[in-house]
Design a protein around this ligand. Structure first.
Ligand code: NAP
Length: 241
């Protein structure tokens, strides 16, 4: 593969931004997908360029198929053939017991976390040649279930695990690998309660929440040649949770 060109959804901040910078350090050109914060996304693209790689920031609602097509078209136009996808853009939706959850909030969360991942993966495998790779960012919530917090979100992340297994088998013969990283609680602006990572620390065997960079390294490895025999795997990075 001449040049790695990787699309990272939700690349404007948090885990996605750390992934963009780690991939740039490892030689990837990066398309930084974002929903609304153009300034943050352009800031990440600038930091990628400062690391010597090409970058383009692209606004996209990943739950919208036409906008997903525009994301991949723009990435290919400015950076060249896409070789990698990190399905990372996600939202929690309503927080609390399922009995109290707002249906529209749940619909939006499932749209981004499930349909969005499927639409991006669908377009990626249409474009990618042999040697391409996809990493889905799931969550430890997929197996913990998140009772009382966001059962709908845990269910959506379990869907990311399942699509990893199915799609990996579907495209293995094409030379495309599909894997998943399942983070535990990470210090980002994702949480409705900004102090949630501090509050859950006592429940984590390692005694702390994680940092975005601790997820980025796993994603970079799964996209690298070192992971050439890894497909269909869900790598849990959750401090022992
Ligand atoms: P974050 O800091 O809230 O960032 C979310 C990113 O997704 C932002 O770049 C945002 O763009 C983008 N985004 C949101 N909705 C979108 C949409 N409809 N279309 C396109 N982009 C959209 O979240 P994070 O903590 O980095 O989480 C990244 C991933 O890790 C998510 O899939 C999340 O479920 C998963 N995860 C997080 C944790 C955690 O504790 N933080 C734990 C396990 C798994 P804008 O900036 O433009 O709004």
């Amino acid at each position: 593969m001449d040049q790695r060109v990787t699309v990272v959804t939700g690349g404007s901040r948090g885990i996605g931004a750390a992934i963009c910078l780690r991939l740039a350090a490892e030689g990837h050109d990066v398309a930084v997908g974002y929903r609304s914060d153009a300034e943050a996304a352009e800031g990440v693209a600038e930091r990628v360029r400062a690391l010597g790689r090409a970058a383009v920031a692209v606004a996209v609602d990943t739950a919208d198929a036409a906008k997903v097509d525009r994301l991949f078209d723009t990435a290919a136009k400015y950076l060249g053939p896409v070789t990698g996808l990190v399905n990372n853009a996600g939202v929690s939706g309503p927080v609390g017991a399922l009995a109290d959850a707002d249906p529209e909030g749940m619909r939006q969360a499932l749209g981004v976390n499930v349909l969005g991942y499927l639409l991006c993966a669908r377009r990626a495998i249409r474009d990618m040649a042999a040697g391409g790779a996809i990493v889905n960012v799931s969550s430890a919530a997929a197996t913990l279930g998140s009772p009382g917090t966001y059962v709908h979100y845990a269910a959506a992340k379990a869907a990311a695990d399942a699509m990893t297994v199915g799609l990996s088998k579907e495209v293995a013969a094409d030379g495309i690998r599909v894997n998943c990283v399942a983070p535990g609680t990470i210090w980002t602006d994702f949480h409705a309660d900004p102090q949630r990572p501090a509050k859950i620390a006592a429940l984590v065997p390692m005694g702390r929440a994680g940092q975005p960079e601790e997820i980025a390294g796993a994603v970079a490895w799964l996209l690298s040649d070192d992971a050439s025999y890894a497909t269909g795997t869900v790598m849990r990075i959750a401090g022992g949770m």
